[in-house]
Design a protein around this ligand. Structure first.
Ligand SMILES: [Zn+2]
Length: 364
């Protein structure tokens, strides 16, 4: 798939050219070979629309209290995955646990100022829900403030496949140097978590669950049992279309079952408004995923070529790789490949049976 437009390419090229300073410092820190190329998928994954409001002029982002000492820092709403992502934080007896760090150092600083409107306690921990740049490129701000990073050790994403320098270059081309000033990677965990773990941080219990490869191979969900608050990362998006391009639709279904079983009172999605009813958003996400799986499974079984299978879906939005239609289409490509694998390994019947059981509750 090619989503890279001339304007995005121009912006990327400008970003790459202007980026010598940032890339050099990132290289120095990570000791990796420079790369100035991006394939179209990486560029597409990176070229999200970002909010026009500059974070360095914002005193604080809007906040929503999710439970005792637990807050959502609200990103853009009504834009699906296209706007600024959400972040969260939890105030404990001894300090603050931040959940996700937004897309740039400038956004990270605005997030820190937002936290400071609630508490002056030290920033002790940063938990990352996954390794997509729009959720961790502000992490260095919290690291420099003294936080230890808790994350899944698997950093692989489509955006990173050309290497860290290319990812930073492309991201800088999209956001601009001003937003990225002071950038360094800070998503390598001080505390790696690759299986379900209960942590006591500042006297408060955090359950960090590892649902497996769903949105990405490095997904974590954060559950506060005392408040029944869930920080879902990009397993949930406000419009019910979670991306599986870096992950797996069957993994997403498993992950959705797990977070549904927690029966959260509040769930913060990775992007968009906090739902009035978290279970309804989980349900909607499941039904969207099941619907696309059923369609792709049928097409694969009937030998329909991928291009024809895609032709019956709404067209992707030009220059908007993570618009709703574009997400559905990119998910369809991934799911088609999953269904081919299932057919190849003769697991498609069992998978179809369990999908149709789950689908009973979905409206036609
Ligand atoms: Zn993501």
């Amino acid at each position: 798939m090619t989503h890279r437009s001339t304007s995005v390419r121009t912006r990327l090229a400008r970003g790459i050219a202007l980026l010598a300073l940032v890339a050099t410092s990132a290289r120095a820190q990570r000791d990796v070979q420079p790369s100035t190329t991006l394939d179209s998928n990486s560029a597409a994954a990176l070229a999200r629309r970002q909010p026009r409001q500059r974070p360095d002029t914002i005193r604080a982002y809007p906040l929503r209290k999710l439970g005792p000492g637990a807050y959502a820092v609200l990103g853009d709403t009504g834009q699906g995955s296209e706007g600024r992502s959400n972040a969260g934080f939890v105030v404990t007896r001894t300090g603050v646990v931040v959940i996700d760090a937004l897309a740039s150092p400038a956004q990270g600083k605005a997030l820190l100022r937002t936290i400071r409107t609630i508490t002056t306690l030290p920033i002790q921990w940063l938990i990352l829900t996954h390794h997509h740049p729009d959720h961790h490129f502000g992490a260095i701000v919290f690291k420099r403030a003294g936080a230890k990073v808790i994350a899944h050790p698997d950093r692989r994403t489509l955006a990173s496949e050309d290497g860290d320098d290319a990812m930073v270059s492309a991201w800088t081309g999209v956001l601009g140097l001003r937003e990225m000033q002071g950038f360094a990677f800070a998503d390598t965990p001080d505390v790696p978590i690759s299986r379900d773990t209960t942590l006591s941080l500042g006297g408060r219990t955090f359950r960090v669950e590892v649902p497996g490869t769903a949105h990405t191979p490095g997904d974590l969900v954060i559950w506060l049992p005392d408040a029944r608050v869930l920080f879902a990362g990009d397993l949930l998006i406000e419009d019910g279309v979670a991306m599986v391009v870096d992950g797996s639709s069957s993994g997403l279904l498993t992950a959705l079952d797990r977070i549904e079983a927690l029966k959260p009172l509040q769930a913060m999605p990775g992007h968009g408004s906090v739902p009035a009813n978290p279970l309804a958003l989980i349900h909607e996400t499941r039904c969207e995923t099941l619907g696309l799986r059923a369609k792709m499974r049928n097409d694969v079984r009937e030998g329909v070529a991928m291009s024809r299978a895609l032709a019956s879906l709404p067209p992707a939005d030009r220059d908007r790789p993570v618009s709703r239609n574009s997400r559905v289409r990119r998910n369809a490509v991934r799911i088609y490949a999953e269904m081919e694998q299932e057919l190849l390994h003769s697991t498609d019947s069992a998978s179809a049976r369990s999908d149709s059981v789950a689908m009973v509750s979905c409206a036609p």
